[in-house]
Design a protein around this ligand. Structure first.
Ligand code: NAP
Length: 321
């Protein structure tokens, strides 16, 4: 039985990836950081959980040595870009030093298990906003936030482990992907939960920032399939995963209200000047052509299906709480 170690298993992608790997017959070992163990065990009953912190090199080395994984997926991350502006040091510690620690532990394992593979959760944020989209694997990295800079450092480290040590190490450069597991501070979830509350009469209005901001939003369940496919590729290479289509926050609002049968959403939405960020030079849209051609991967879930899933799950949560 193949063993996969997933760091960041308590997060959104960790959940979908663990489910996918189990469906494919892997034994999944999940590194849990501060997330409540009991909730995770209920969600993913067959995963072996181990507590650990990627910033502690000895701890990670011990976990990798103990479980001898065939595939290591480093999803652990300081993952909310705006928060990295308030705490760049922590973003660096987790995203750069943490990734280096997991890479080092994997390299040590490769001495006795040369076929071990490593996946790094890179991000479209590394491209910044100064270049004309769509962005692909050849687009230069021009990070603008501490989050993006820390992820870019890890991205380059992975390439150096490939070149210097011959490690099968890949980076998935993922554009925004969402699901009902997105935390409430992300705009997609803020909208899905707000719309669900409004439709049930639990709240009157939704406060948002710039409705014109555009993102390339896909469904996390599709993106973890792309991660796994990258690890099965004959050569270690990086891939962009994206839908290739940009949708505005206004589209998101319109679609979410449509799900609950509210056609005219304007009376329920306030645009708060405090939440409006400076206008973006370009919108981050990806080009998934390489993943499509080489891996046969495609973001299968439409924007409408994604928003529908998120609103339906929030409605269900509110009705059963
Ligand atoms: P997420 O829900 O925020 O999950 C991140 C996970 O990392 C959490 O379970 C967290 O555990 C864990 N973690 C944080 N600090 C850690 C540490 N020091 N040691 C071990 N684990 C630690 O993020 P996600 O949306 O699933 O994304 C997964 C990865 O992909 C992240 O690295 C993210 O930056 C990257 N990414 C995400 C997107 C996206 O749109 N979702 C796009 C591009 C890249 P605790 O909560 O217990 O601390």
């Amino acid at each position: 039985m193949q063993v996969a170690l997933v760091t960041g298993i308590g997060g959104q992608d960790g959940y979908y990836l663990a489910r996918l790997l189990q469906e494919k017959g892997y034994r999944v070992v999940g590194l849990v950081h501060s997330t409540d163990n009991q909730a995770l065990e209920e969600r993913l009953p067959e995963v072996s959980f181990v507590r650990g912190d990627v910033t502690r090199s000895a701890e990670i080395a011990e976990v990798v040595e103990r479980f001898q994984p065939d595939e290591v997926y480093n999803l652990a991350g300081f993952s909310f870009p705006p928060a990295s502006i308030a705490d760049p040091v922590e973003a660096w510690r987790i995203n750069s030093t943490g990734a280096l620690n997991v890479l080092e532990a994997t390299r040590a394992l490769a001495a006795s298990k040369p076929d071990v593979k490593f996946y790094q959760a890179s991000t479209s944020e590394m491209f910044g906003r100064s270049q004309t989209p769509p962005y692909d694997e050849a687009t230069p990295l021009r990070p603008e936030t501490p989050y993006a800079a820390s992820k870019a450092a890890a991205h380059h480290l992975v390439a150096s482990y490939r070149t210097q040590f011959g490690l099968f190490a890949v980076c998935g450069i993922l554009f925004n992907h969402e699901s009902p597991f997105r935390p409430p501070h992300y705009v997609t979830r803020k909208v899905s939960s707000g719309v669900a509350e409004i439709s049930l009469g639990l709240r009157e209005r939704l406060e948002l920032g710039d409705l014109g901001a555009v993102r390339d939003w896909g469904f996390a369940g599709d993106y973890v399939e792309g991660m796994w496919l990258m690890m099965q590729n004959s050569r270690p290479e990086d891939f962009v995963l994206a839908t290739g289509v940009g949708r505005s926050v206004e589209d998101l609002v319109d679609t979410a209200f449509g799900v609950v049968g509210i056609g005219s959403w304007q009376p329920y939405v306030d645009v708060s000047p405090e939440l409006v960020r400076p206008p973006e030079e370009n919108s981050p849209i990806g080009n998934p052509e390489k993943a499509n051609r080489v891996l046969g991967w495609k973001a299968g879930t439409s924007f409408e299906e994604l928003v529908g899933k998120m609103v339906a799950t929030d409605l269900e949560r509110l009705r059963t709480r």
